[in-house]
Design a protein around this ligand. Structure first.
Ligand code: BTN
Length: 270
């Protein structure tokens, strides 16, 4: 049951609606249902906690109350379905920029590296601070809606994470030393996302790949990618114009459009 809603100004007289729920299974599932019923673009579904939060590759996403920002945005960009990968990369790039700014403006900080792990994880000094799950509904080549589900670790200290995440996860509080008001972060973030996302779509994703590659982790390193029924290995060699990952294998280049990326000869980092 939704508890309250509010509007935030995003640009000129434009406003977006935030629907807040104390507890939901998954904000992505709720947002998809609302989108199917005609809810408008940029409506945000935000939950204090998720009881069945969804991660990529059918993994659960740990989403306790008061510690993180768990939300989903309904997007309806006027683009073809083949650009959905670029929506994924664009969203990650915008979240990275926002988080870097939050970290850089904190007083105590030495300036950690805020990087992207293909396709859409955001890492601070190699530890995951934000994950994105994009789910889309398309008919033929037409996008009905995209749900951008975003999870950001905000107020955790190391001991708050379950033991299996303790080495690989990090929060804004661990980076800045400050406790943050989660709904305040959401309001700021939505304005930033709205503005930068619409601008990127308007300029037809121009320059997005070059910009994304600047922050890409594991470049030139040996990686393996778990696909549905096989594992591919190679040296990570960037991103092509469609957002696919390029691997070099014995002088040959191959591309991969989706999968779970790990470093070789290294324990899984995130
Ligand atoms: C990942 O595996 O890295 C993606 C995690 C995405 C988590 C967010 S939290 C809000 C939204 N609702 C979900 O069920 N998942 C996404």
């Amino acid at each position: 049951m939704e508890q309250k809603q509010w509007q935030i100004p995003v640009e000129g007289s434009q406003q977006v609606k935030i629907l807040f729920y104390p507890s939901l299974g998954s904000t992505n599932t709720e947002a998809a249902q609302l989108a199917k019923r005609g809810e408008s673009a940029w409506t945000v579904v935000y939950a204090a906690e998720q009881t069945s939060g969804k991660g990529r590759h059918n993994r659960p996403w740990w989403s306790p109350a008061g510690l993180g920002l768990w939300f989903s945005v309904i997007l309806r960009p006027a683009i073809g379905a083949k650009s959905i990968n670029l929506v994924n990369l664009t969203s990650a790039l915008i979240m990275r920029q926002f988080l870097e700014h939050k970290i850089a403006t904190a007083e105590k900080v030495l300036k950690p590296q805020v990087q992207l792990k293909w396709p859409n994880d955001i890492l601070v000094d190699g530890r995951k601070i934000c994950g994105i799950l994009l789910e889309s509904d398309t008919v033929k080549n037409k996008i009905q809606h995209i749900i951008a589900g975003i999870g950001i670790n905000i107020n955790q200290v190391s001991a708050d994470f379950p033991p299996e995440l303790r080495k690989s996860a990090i929060s804004l509080k661990m980076c800045t030393g400050s406790q943050l008001e989660i709904s305040q972060v959401l309001n700021e973030l939505i304005k930033y996302y709205y503005h930068n996302f619409n601008e990127t779509v308007q300029r037809n994703f121009d320059n997005i790949i070059t910009e994304y590659e600047k922050f890409l982790v594991y470049q030139g390193r040996e990686v393996k990618i778990f696909l549905k029924n096989e594992v591919k290995t190679g040296v990570q060699d960037g991103i092509d114009n469609y957002g696919n990952l390029i691997l070099s294998q014995d002088g040959r280049k191959i591309t991969v459009s989706a999968g779970d990326l790990w470093l070789i000869n290294n324990e899984r980092t995130v």
